[in-house]
Design a protein around this ligand. Structure first.
Ligand code: NAD
Ligand code: MG
Length: 388
């Protein structure tokens, strides 16, 4: 039996992971499941999958979790330290599907105990790519991409030599506001930004798709994961979301990965890797789909893409600053404090004003955390200035 843990089990990726695991209960020994406020979901999955431990990130909910698990031999725990403790429990395969920088510390612990880390939490690579990669290497642990684009690239590279790779193209649906007039964006509501044309995902990543902050994070993720230079990575708007990524080789060939917009494909590929096994996803009928379309991204509509390129140029801890500013600006948009286009303005201002001492500090977990906290405070200040 394979020991598996799922961090962020109650979210969109977590639930899709559980869907796959629950189809073959004899194959998996579930060690840890974690969530935050959705205690009912966390407890019922922990009971159904017979987990050893269930952890909520929210310390105020520990008693609720204990009550929900009463009568079952499952340890209940809460808080950051408990998340890290759960990640230190030996597992063979760990799904990292917490949303945001909070996924970094548990992911590092999982790597330190040598587990294969299936990484949906792209924010970890954005904040601390080199730290994640060096930790994996030092502990002989494997990192597998779960983001659909990066899984697609990973699959297109099987059996290939990286030296023959000229470029990597990641596609973007364009999100909710792809075809909106630019001047209307300032009036975009939370509900409008929270509905995705093709994918069913958590609310935060759905809004990040509309702003392309998600694609911006993915540009950085591509650079970190595949070790290519920024000018080798392109973003292509592809409204149908069927081609997830393409790899361009030195002989002019483009290897494209085509599949339905269902995250269970990328999750299942990482779960069964290096094998390919049957997965319960739709089979595409391309004759019925008829046409796939592409266009270049407009950087006036999506300034986040330009900011990601600046972050890649600057390097160091600028990814941690970028991500923290983005998370804080997103919180403010969700709370109704700022308009949709203001999110990118906040992030840009914070990036421009961050002292080099923060960016150039060595990439340790403590320094990443310090840069993250500084950027959150700086972002709050910018947001308050604008609101006031
Ligand atoms: P979600 O919001 O649906 O779920 C997030 C999970 O993290 C939940 O289990 C929640 O309880 C937990 N969580 C939230 N805040 C936490 C905190 N501070 N500490 C610990 N746990 C916390 O998010 P999602 O859409 O499933 O996305 C999860 C990750 O996967 C993100 O990094 C996202 O970018 C990435 N991703 C998601 C998709 C998708 O289709 N949803 C696709 C590609 C990548
Ligand atoms: Mg993606």
């Amino acid at each position: 039996m394979r020991r598996v843990s799922i961090f962020g089990a109650t979210g969109s990726i977590g639930q899709n992971t559980i869907d796959l695991i629950a189809r073959d209960p004899e194959a998996y020994d579930v060690v840890a499941l974690t969530g935050a406020s959705n205690i009912e979901q966390l407890a019922s999955d922990a009971i159904r999958l017979r987990a050893d431990v269930a952890v909520t990130a929210d310390e105020t909910r520990l008693e609720d979790l204990r009550a929900a698990l009463r009568g079952h031999d499952i340890k209940a725990a809460a808080g950051q330290a408990a998340l890290v403790e759960a990640a230190c429990r030996p597992s063979d395969w760990v799904m990292s599907a917490i949303v945001g920088a909070a996924g970094l510390a548990p992911g590092l612990c999982a790597l330190k105990q040598g587990a294969t880390l299936a990484l949906a939490n792209k924010e970890s690579l954005v904040c601390a790519g080199q730290l994640i990669l060096s930790t994996a290497k030092a502990h002989d642990a494997r990192l597998l991409p779960v983001d659909s684009e990066h899984s697609a690239v990973f699959q297109a590279l099987v059996g290939e030599d990286m030296a023959a790779v000229e470029r990597i193209i990641i596609t973007a649906s364009g999100g909710a506001f792809r075809d909106w007039p630019l001047e209307k964006l300032a009036r975009a509501t939370l509900a409008e930004a929270s509905s995705h044309p093709n994918w069913d995902m958590g609310q935060r990543i759905t809004i990040d798709s509309a702003s392309m902050f998600n694609k911006a994070l993915e540009l950085i993720e591509t650079r970190e994961y595949f070790g290519v230079t920024p000018d080798q990575i392109e973003v292509l708007v592809h409204p149908e979301s069927m081609i997830h990524a393409m790899v361009g080789f030195n002989d002019g060939a483009l290897m494209a990965h085509v599949g339905p917009p269902d995250m269970r494909h990328a999750i299942g590929y990482a779960l069964h890797w290096p094998d390919r096994r049957g997965l319960p996803v739709d089979r595409l009928d391309l004759a019925q789909i008829g046409a796939l379309t592409f266009r270049a991204p407009d950087e006036r509509r999506w300034p986040a893409l330009r900011l990601a390129r600046e972050v890649m140029e600057r390097g160091g801890l600028s990814g941690a600053v970028f991500n923290a500013a983005k998370e804080t600006a997103l919180d403010a948009f969700i709370a109704g404090e700022i308009g949709f286009p203001t999110m990118a303005e906040v992030v840009e201002e914070v990036l421009n004003d961050t002292a080099s001492s923060h960016i150039d500090a060595p990439m340790t977990l403590d320094n990443v955390h310090a840069a993250d906290q500084m950027a959150r405070q700086a972002s709050r200040d910018v947001i308050e200035q604008r609101a006031g």
